[in-house]
Design a protein around this ligand. Sequence first.
Ligand code: IMP
Ligand code: MG
Length: 179
Amino acid sequence: MSEINGTIQRVLITQEQIQEKIPTAAKLINSLYDGTPILLVSILKGAFVFLADVLRQVTVPCEVDFMEAKSYFNHTRSSGTVALTKDLSHDVKHYHVVIIEDIIDSGRTLKEVAHLIQARQPKSFTIITLLDKPSRRVVELNADLSLFTIPDYFVVGYGLDYAERYRNLPYIAEFQLNS
Ligand code: IMP
Ligand code: MG
């Protein structure tokens, strides 16, 4: 348990705004189906809430798998290194892989994960992210679908944390560290 030395500033994206966009993600996934099942891959832990909402609107055969990659270690700025702490249990060769991500910030985590999965030759590879902070990008990486583009704020809620807290909020809020 770490100390929380910051506060929620304001709601950036409401629960209703998030729910309105979920079908867009589900539709893209449904459109990929050609007889080969879809493998939804979520990067723990931040994306599990988004995955749960999208998954329930997918109407084609699909399976779920998880990876864990860490780069933040309780700070609001990326450490610059990415550690893979849990790998997939599926052989991606037999699937259309769709990454379900919470947020793309520097892009380092997803770039690393994308390299790793693409080298294993899935039938196709698609990236869907709930949030995108393009102004923070340090590597070249674009999602196929991004539901919301946000400015350079640190955000929490709907699965996203600060020091493991606030994942339970049903909305996305701006979080500010005490100065
Ligand atoms: P990236 O490698 O810099 O793109 O960051 C990837 C991961 O850092 C995301 O998947 C999140 O888990 C975390 N992250 C980045 N920005 C935020 C934020 O504003 N709030 C909470 N977590 C974040
Ligand atoms: Mg994440």
